[in-house]
Structure formats: structure tokens, C-alpha cells
Design a protein around this ligand. Structure first.
Ligand SMILES: *[C@@H]1O[C@H](CO)[C@@H](O)[C@H](O)[C@H]1NC(C)=O
Ligand SMILES: *[C@@H]1O[C@H](CO)[C@@H](O)[C@H](O)[C@H]1NC(C)=O
Length: 518
């Protein structure tokens, strides 16, 4: 009898303890002093279209939160102490994993900035963060004269293996010949843009009919040359989808910069126009970007629907197969077209068309299928940044970062012909914990390697290395290019006056002028 009583008492204690713990857990608030704050957006010299930093909520025992402590837990105020009206737009994005991404876009440059991070009335971590300026905004036309210093400010990695791989076959480049041969070889049927950067001005010559996509490259080059002085460099950008250089390395190769690479071509791959534009237009024209996606990853993993998911256009035969497969296996796979464009519209086989789904709603599903479109599917960065697991088709096409991704670490591979897709979805269902780890590793990769700072570093490195081989004098080229915008000539000696140039009205409000060189 006694032991029964003791047991009863113990049970009572456990109950009390459980109640107590529950009460403590639900009322848990982050500690202002223990919470962590870090990121480039706390540094004056890292100029980006939208600057950003992170907050990790930590409780008073030093444990990280793994779920949101509440969307409005932290308040962030950014002001310039020396100017009463600061034009700065701030957003605190809840990543729902205990961490927050804070981003801000400045509409003017300031002598200095004060970033206050508050939890109720208490300052978080080392808040207020004082950025000793000048702190330049995106439109500031004030390039840092030293590339090495700029790379240091941006914390750029010392190298990118993809760039080294791509440029390794171009030890010697004859620019005179290229300037002549590349337009002849590709310029009639393909759309190319011949860029020359000289004294940090951008000059352009287009070949072919459909050159509309050069706006992305122009915009990026102008943004980059506003931030840092580029070496003199000359290159051809392929404005079409497919990589072009099919010759073998033993033959005479032409260096062509493309947004997509493939294992059967020798094009030099750059971050895609889609990713690049979304970085330039973050907190501007675009709503889907590498930051907004982090705050819109759908329900928690255990709440996600465990059906494979895909939406898109009919831009490749395997996509037709994918939709057919889904129609035959609706409990495993939900895949449907939102648009018919390329193939004969066969409703009975591939229909019906479904309504467009917001990209953020993709993440209601655990398993995201990534199948090539015309070339690589440029949704990959955003898919990785969500907290669903990506099932990626094996493919000859790649973006600039694919070589850093590992199958079974960052994504689940599927065969090119999709013959093992259902099997792989089943594997993921049977190995939920492992699938979740893969989802998290993919997300971690995207959070670190696919943000604006990495993309700016990648392009800069590409132009910097290219310039050591791809360099010649412009004069005598007959280059009747367009300088897309003029920049002040900032040297190491007069660099202190950058802020003045930044604040000066643009030389020409339309900032476009035609120039003949010679
Ligand atoms: C807590 O979060 C920070 C920031 O993400 C991370 O660096 C640290 O390793 C985490 N600590 C633990 C114990 O997981
Ligand atoms: C999961 O998604 C599938 C396909 O979209 C749908 O048919 C099913 O009802 C969903 N399941 C739940 C539990 O919502």
C-alpha cells in the first residue's frame, strides 16, 4: 500500500513538474543580452542594394530558440544621428526557426548610421550599432578605387572553383580575333552583347535581334561599377538561354559568358539574370527574392503536405512526363502546368491547366521537384532557401553554384528521365528525419552562398580574373559603344571626396549618352 502512495505522490510531482515546465516554456522570452546579432548590414562599407543582418533569439540559459518567439519580438530602428529625416526602409523578417533576417534599403547616403535593436525597451546584444560612415546607398555613384579593399569590405572568398574551372581553358585570349570572330560565329543567329569596361565606364555593342535581356546585365554592371572600380575588361555575354561554345578544348575556343552552363559546352557561367535582378530589386520591384523567401517557407516540417509538388510551363519533354506521372499517381505527386507554350496543347494527356500558385505556397509541400526547363530551372536558389527538401533532376545544365552542391547532402537526386522519381519520394517518406536534414542543409547553403554579397563577389572575381587575360586597348577598335552612365573618376588620392560625388546630381538625368571612342 505504501509504495502505491509513494508512486501516487511521485506521479503528482511529475504532473506538477510538467505543468510548471509548460508554463515556463510558453512564457519564455529571448534574453536581450544573450541573443545574437551578426551580418554585413552592420558594416558601413559593405554597400548592397538592400543591406541585411541577422538576429538569433537565445533564452537566458543560453539556448537558441528553434521556433519563432513571435514576429514582433525585436524592434529595429535605423537612423542617421546627423540627419533628422533618414530615408531608410527597414523590414524584420521572421524565419520561424528562432532567427530573424533584418533588411533595409537606404534612399540616400549618410555620414553615419545608428542601428538600434530593441527587445521591449532593452537593447539587444551590442545594440546600438554605430556605422561610422560614410554609409553609401545603392544609387551612389562613388566606386571604391581599390578592388582588393572592396573585396575585404564585402568579405569575399579568395576564389570560386567554378570560375577557375571555367577560365582554365582560356590561358591565352586574342581579343582582336575574338572581337572579329565571335560576332561572325554567333552574332547572326544568337543574341550577344559585347561589353567593354574601360576606366570603369560600361560600353556596349549588341549583335543579333533579340537583345532585350541585356537590361539585366547593364543594370548589374552599372550597380557594380558604382560600388567598385573594375579593371579594364572586355567580354561577350550570351543573351539567349542555351550555352554556345560546343568546341573541344583542343580546338580554338571563344570565351562566352552565359547565365547557364552545360557539361557539353565551354561557356563561362555567371549568376543567372533572374537571381541577379532579384538582388538588385530586393525591396523594390520584385517580391520573390532570396530574403523574402526565407520569411515565407510555409508551415513547419511536420505540418507540411507529403505529396511531391511541381508547377510550371511545358518548356521540356520531361516536364510532360512529370505531369503524366502525377496524373497516374495523384497521392504521391501533384504536378501540373500553369501554362502551355512549347508543345502541342494536349488537354487529354497533360491538362487541365491549373491556376498559378504563389511561389511561397510551394512550401506547403515537403517535396519540391526541380526539373529543367529550357535550360536549368532558375528557381533552384529559391527552392533551396525554403525548408522543403529538393528532388533535383540529373542534368547537363548548371548554374554558377551547382558544383558546390552535393547530392544526398543538399538535395535528393533523381534520374534525368524521372524513372526513379516515385521511388525517391517514397524514400523520403520512409526516411523523414534524413529528408529533413537534407532540406536543412540545402537551406543553410542558400542562406550563406546565394545572398547578394556572394553574387557581387562572384561577378567581381570573374571580371578581375578575366581581365588578366582579356585585356587590350580600346582605341582603334572602332567601338561605337554606348556608355550607359558616366562615373566620376575616383582615384586613391581623391577617394575621400566620394560622398560629395555621391550627393552631386547625376551628370545627365537620363544617364545615357552615346560616345565614340577612338
Ligand atoms: C545558435 O545559433 C547561432 C546562430 O545561428 C549558431 O551560430 C550557434 O551555433 C547556435 N548554437 C547552438 C548551440 O546550436
Ligand atoms: C496534400 O496535397 C494533395 C495534392 O495537392 C491533396 O490532394 C491532399 O488533399 C493534401 N493532403 C492534405 C492532408 O491536405
Amino acid at each position: 500500500m505504501l509504495w502505491r502512495r509513494v508512486l501516487g505522490f511521485l506521479r503528482y510531482c511529475t504532473l506538477l513538474q510538467a505543468l510548471f515546465t509548460a508554463a515556463v516554456c510558453t512564457s519564455a522570452v529571448p534574453s536581450a543580452s544573450k541573443s545574437l546579432v551578426w551580418g554585413l548590414g552592420l558594416e558601413a562599407n559593405a554597400v548592397l542594394p538592400a543591406r541585411f543582418f541577422f538576429i538569433q533569439s537565445v533564452d537566458k540559459t543560453g539556448k537558441n530558440f528553434t521556433a519563432s518567439p513571435g514576429a514582433n519580438t525585436f524592434e529595429v530602428k535605423i537612423t542617421s544621428p546627423s540627419e533628422p529625416f533618414s530615408r531608410i526602409w527597414v523590414q524584420v523578417l521572421d524565419r520561424h526557426d528562432g532567427s530573424f533576417l533584418v533588411r533595409y534599403r537606404m534612399y540616400a547616403s549618410y555620414a553615419d548610421l545608428s542601428i538600434q535593436i530593441l527587445l521591449k525597451t532593452k537593447h539587444v546584444a551590442k545594440s546600438p550599432y554605430i556605422l561610422k560612415g560614410p554609409v553609401y546607398h545603392e544609387s551612389c555613384n562613388c566606386p571604391e578605387p581599390s578592388g582588393a579593399l572592396w573585396e575585404k569590405h564585402m568579405h569575399c572568398p579568395s576564389s570560386f572553383s567554378q570560375i577557375q574551372h571555367d577560365l582554365s581553358v582560356f590561358a591565352k585570349v586574342d581579343l582582336e580575333r575574338n572581337a572579329h570572330e565571335i560576332p561572325q560565329r554567333f552574332g547572326q543567329r544568337q543574341s550577344l552583347c559585347h561589353y567593354t569596361i574601360k576606366n570603369n565606364q560600361v560600353y556596349i555593342k549588341t549583335h543579333g535581334e533579340h537583345v532585350g535581356f541585356r537590361i539585366f546585365m547593364d543594370a548589374f554592371l552599372l550597380s557594380l561599377t558604382r560600388k567598385v572600380r573594375l579593371p579594364d575588361v572586355e567580354f561577350f555575354v550570351n543573351l539567349g538561354d542555351w550555352p554556345l561554345e560546343k568546341r573541344r578544348p583542343s580546338e580554338k575556343l571563344h570565351p562566352i559568358f552565359s547565365w547557364c552552363g552545360s557539361s557539353d559546352t565551354r561557356d563561362i557561367v555567371m549568376p543567372t539574370y533572374d537571381l541577379t535582378e532579384s538582388i538588385l530589386e530586393t525591396m523594390g520591384r520584385v517580391s520573390l527574392d532570396m530574403m523574402s523567401v526565407q520569411a515565407n517557407t510555409g508551415p513547419a516540417w511536420t505540418e507540411k503536405n507529403s505529396t511531391g509538388f511541381w508547377r510550371g510551363r511545358d518548356s521540356r519533354r520531361e516536364r510532360l512526363e512529370l505531369v503524366k506521372l502525377a496524373r497516374a499517381n495523384p497521392t504521391m505527386l501533384d504536378a501540373a502546368f500553369t501554362n502551355f507554350f512549347f508543345f502541342k496543347h494536349d488537354e487529354s494527356l497533360y491538362g487541365p491547366l491549373v491556376k498559378h500558385v504563389s511561389f511561397f505556397d510551394f512550401f506547403k509541400y515537403k517535396y519540391q521537384i526541380n526539373v529543367d526547363g529550357t535550360v536549368a530551372a532558375y528557381r533552384m536558389p529559391y527552392l533551396l532557401a525554403g525548408d522543403s527538401v529538393v528532388l533535383k533532376q540529373d542534368s547537363i545544365y548548371y548554374e554558377h553554384f551547382y558544383s558546390q552542391l552535393q547530392p544526398w547532402v543538399h538535395y535528393i537526386p533523381i534520374r534525368t528521365d524521372l524513372s526513379d522519381l516515385l521511388e525517391k519520394i517514397q524514400w523520403a517518406k520512409d526516411h523523414d528525419e534524413e529528408a529533413r536534414k537534407i532540406a536543412q542543409a540545402g537551406q543553410h547553403f542558400a542562406r550563406i552562398h546565394l545572398m547578394g554579397d556572394s553574387i557581387f563577389c562572384y561577378y567581381f572575381k570573374l571580371f578581375q580574373i578575366s581581365s588578366s587575360t582579356v585585356r587590350r586597348e580600346l582605341h582603334g577598335m572602332g567601338f561605337h559603344g554606348r556608355a550607359a552612365a558616366s562615373k566620376p573618376h575616383i582615384t586613391k588620392c581623391n577617394a575621400k571626396r566620394r560622398m560629395q560625388w555621391c550627393k552631386a546630381p547625376p551628370l545627365d538625368s537620363r544617364a545615357v549618352e552615346t560616345r565614340s571612342l577612338g
